[in-house]
Design a protein. Structure first.
Length: 69
């Protein structure tokens, strides 16, 4: 809303936009603002965030396994 030249004049955020914002804020492995204006871009960024979260969890699980022996 602060940069109207980036979106259509009649664009308003919908449920998917708020869901994306909540997801990125919860995981914090991706940008925490709703910059992408298309559903495909939001989905791609959410998938990227989910993959990052899974990788971090796998590394953490491996570290715990090595430490507990």
């Amino acid at each position: 809303m602060q940069s109207p030249e980036l979106a259509r004049p009649d664009w308003e955020p919908g449920f998917a936009d708020y869901l994306y914002l909540a997801y990125t804020n919860a995981t914090a492995f991706s940008p925490t603002d709703v910059l992408p204006l298309t559903r495909v871009a939001e989905l791609a960024m959410a998938v990227q965030s989910a993959v990052s979260l899974v990788v971090v969890l796998l590394v953490l699980a491996r570290a715990v396994n090595v430490l507990t022996g």
